[in-house]
Design a protein around this ligand. Structure first.
Ligand code: HEM
Length: 305
């Protein structure tokens, strides 16, 4: 996870936009703070769902998390406070960007890596498209997106195959309503089953299969989809998220330059953690340069900073 968060740029991009902080390549203290916070939030949401359920345990957890939340928001803010007014909102905005944007992107990148190992034919097809369109003398950039439809379909496949936030975010019903014969009283909490929507066999044939081709057919379901939530509170970082996942997957770190293969122990299990944000369970794999040219192109981007 540390590797993905720091090396994959997911955390680097967000911390640089939100705080103007360049992370350390290893053992960054801000990453440690954020990990503590996310661990408490993710574990807590799972353990205590539904969160409105009365009980002393929830209150105890809330007391334990409070200093962690405040610590993560404050430590990063203190680093840049000379540039901002001292108000809570100014602290919370970059913190919510970092906390909302890092592990979600990390989870998507983990799923991508697992998919490439379990579906090597997809990896080969995507690499063949990159080689054909971009060639081997440079790495792809954003201007290549439209010319790489199969790779775009791989990205869509990653967000559908395994949902970063399988249950989306809860909503409270303000006014009593009836939906498909069900009476929903005001005050009810609705939890959207986004996983169910994206794995509905009536919409996605063989829903558990990673099959980017489904996005290329003329009757492909519309995209964007509910993976970024709903309505006014839909994920505000979705454009950045797509760009970040694209640049990680296609360019500097992955498909264009590297082959992702199983280790001698064989392919990993398709196993995920449960929680508000779901991750692939830790696995080992080989990520090796496709050629000496690819290796030197990646080294050049690293020395560019
Ligand atoms: C693959 C990456 C990402 C996924 C799958 C994702 C998914 C989501 C989802 C499902 C929600 C809840 C939306 C709702 O309430 O309906 C959300 C909220 C949010 N996301 Fe993301 N997100 C991602 C990346 C990011 C990034 C890069 C940022 C910031 C730079 C970000 C910042 C936020 C914030 C601040 C919220 C809370 C919005 C609110 O409550 O008004 N997310 N995200």
């Amino acid at each position: 996870m540390q590797h993905f968060r720091q090396k994959s740029m997911a955390g680097q991009v967000i911390s640089s936009i939100a705080y103007g902080i360049d992370m350390l390549p290893e053992n960054d203290p801000y990453v440690a703070d954020a990990e503590n916070l996310l661990r408490s939030a993710v574990t807590g949401t799972t353990r205590e769902m539904p969160s409105w359920f009365p009980g002393a345990r929830y209150k105890r957890y809330a007391r334990e998390w409070y200093p962690i939340v405040v610590g993560a928001v404050k430590t990063t803010y203190d680093k840049v406070k000379s540039k901002l007014d001292d108000i809570w909102v100014a602290r919370a905005i970059p913190a919510s960007m970092y906390l909302g944007g890092t592990d979600t992107t990390v989870s998507a990148l983990q799923t991508f890596t697992l998919a490439m190992i379990l579906y090597p034919e997809v990896q080969r097809k995507a690499q063949a498209e990159i080689d054909r369109v971009v060639g081997s003398s440079r790495l792809p950039d954003f201007s290549d997106q439209d010319a790489l439809p199969y790779v775009q379909a791989v990205l869509k496949g990653v967000s559908r195959w395994h949902l970063v936030t399988p249950l989306g975010a809860p909503r409270k019903v303000i006014v009593s309503d009836v939906y498909e014969g069900y009476y929903i009283p005001a005050g009810s909490i609705i939890i959207p089953n986004v996983w169910g929507m994206m794995h509905d066999p009536a919409v996605f044939a063989e829903p558990d299969r990673f099959h980017p081709e489904r996005w290329l057919s003329p009757d492909a379901p519309a995209f964007p989809n509910p993976v970024f939530g709903f309505g006014a509170r839909q994920c505000p970082g979705r454009v950045l998220a797509r760009a970040s996942v694209w640049s990680n997957i296609v360019g500097i770190f992955k498909l264009a330059a590297f082959d992702i293969t199983p280790t001698e122990d064989g392919p990993p299990e398709e196993a995920y953690t449960s929680g508000a944000i779901s991750y692939v369970k830790p696995f080992r794999c080989n990520i090796l340069p496709r050629s000496t040219v690819a290796a030197s192109l990646v080294r050049a981007t690293e020395s560019d900073g």
